[in-house]
Design a protein around this ligand. Sequence first.
Ligand SMILES: [Zn+2]
Ligand SMILES: [Zn+2]
Length: 283
Amino acid sequence: MAKVEFFGVRGSHPTPRTENLRFGGNTSCVLVYSDDDSGREFPIIFDLGTGLTRLAQELDPSQIFSGVSFVSHLHFDHIQGLPFFWPVDRVGSRLRILAPSEVDLTAKESFDLLFSSPFFPVKLGDLRGEIVIEPLDPGSMTLDQPGNPIVTVSHVSHTNSTYGYRLEIDGKVIVYIADHQAPLDSHSVDDSVVELCRAADLLIHDAQYTSDEFQQKSHWGHSTYNFAVQVALQSGVKSLAFYHHDPGRTDDELDRIEKSFEAVAIASGMLVFAAREGMKLEI
Ligand SMILES: [Zn+2]
Ligand SMILES: [Zn+2]
């Protein structure tokens, strides 16, 4: 059994306001770990949005931190929490970050920009702990930790270089696709995406827009609820979490959207729900 905890479920920018606090206002960050005796000792973190600061608040300040993060891409909402992730500012702490590079900028060069004046007063190399940023190519890799989880990396369509991730851990499959450009018909799914998601126990997928909103924002790099469902159905996944909620989406709207997919869920036998900050799942 694997454990999944949502620390940030919002897309584009943080949006802490009364109307959406039930689902949460922090941007992309999901923690996955093996449900063995080690607990959160070997954390795998998808994206470093402002949800990462909420994770920091839950960590024991007397302990050093060690973990690995897979970043979907370098848009601000997916990395904004890293400068404030104080657990790595401690001697002995280590965070390994794997992320896609841009055509003219490696992931390391991009993070160096983030950790530089005037954007932030501390440089990466000035932290007391260690942040190691590694380039990442599509393919599969085995993590050097108990249980040897396997991560498969694949390009997904967005506005810049973006990865989707398939994690096999404790005999379960969790797929993370934070930002994903839907096609105009909201139906045809790339073969590579179907392959990445195939028979997953949980698919965490971009669902930023309604079909009506997509009419105006079809080139903004994101999915509709219907397209997320299409990806899930065509890939035969067991459960689908709508993710990367539009910052303007209220809790009441998300309740209504969840309810509107109940019939699809019953007909397909697939669990469909909207991810919310603080949600903990056992897969
Ligand atoms: Zn995003
Ligand atoms: Zn993006």
